[in-house]
Design a protein around this ligand. Structure first.
Ligand SMILES: [Cu+2]
Length: 165
């Protein structure tokens, strides 16, 4: 056997040893980027009563479904506060002790911040809440990716114990 063929053979063995990684990498990319079908929910009328006080919204995290008709009741418990929803053209302003009401259709899925839009004090810039329209896909993708990583680690360990890695 000519000596030149040895490095080539070694490379081939290396390639085979790591071949299982490629389907895993492909799967991981798929999990990250495949557009998941949104589960269908019949649009609902939602009434969200949100208390604004220096310097927070209560509740600060809200989940609704795409297509919902959302009525926000913004209640200010102390000074004048605003409610401005990123990604949507929706804004409210509530006077002290008063309630401001407005309605919008949740026609964009995703995660949107809502912020106070009235300078209400020194921590005003941190008066931020989170509105999630639709399911938490990042969370689902994260879990599946975690399971994939665990099985890849197990395969890798198995290869090590067999002395092939
Ligand atoms: Cu404010």
């Amino acid at each position: 056997m000519p000596m030149e063929s040895l490095p080539y053979k070694t490379a081939l063995i290396n390639w085979k040893r790591w071949a299982w990684v490629f389907p895993f990498a492909g799967l991981a990319l798929l999990i990250l980027f495949v557009p998941l079908p949104l589960p269908f929910h019949a649009p609902q009328d939602r009434l969200l009563r949100i208390e604004a006080s220096s310097f927070q919204f209560t509740p600060g995290e809200i989940q609704i479904n795409p297509g919902d008709r959302v009525t926000v009741e913004l209640v200010s418990t102390d000074v004048v506060h605003g409610f401005s929803l990123d990604g949507y053209d929706f804004e409210l302003k509530a006077d002290p002790g008063q309630t401001a009401t407005g309605t919008f259709i949740a026609d964009q899925a995703g995660v949107f911040r809502f912020r106070c839009s009235v300078a209400c004090g020194n921590l005003h810039p941190f008066m931020i809440g989170k509105l999630q329209v639709g399911p938490n896909l990042l969370f689902v993708r994260g879990i599946v990716l975690g399971l994939l990583a665990i099985s890849a680690a197990l395969i890798s360990l198995k290869n090590v114990s067999r002395g092939t890695a």
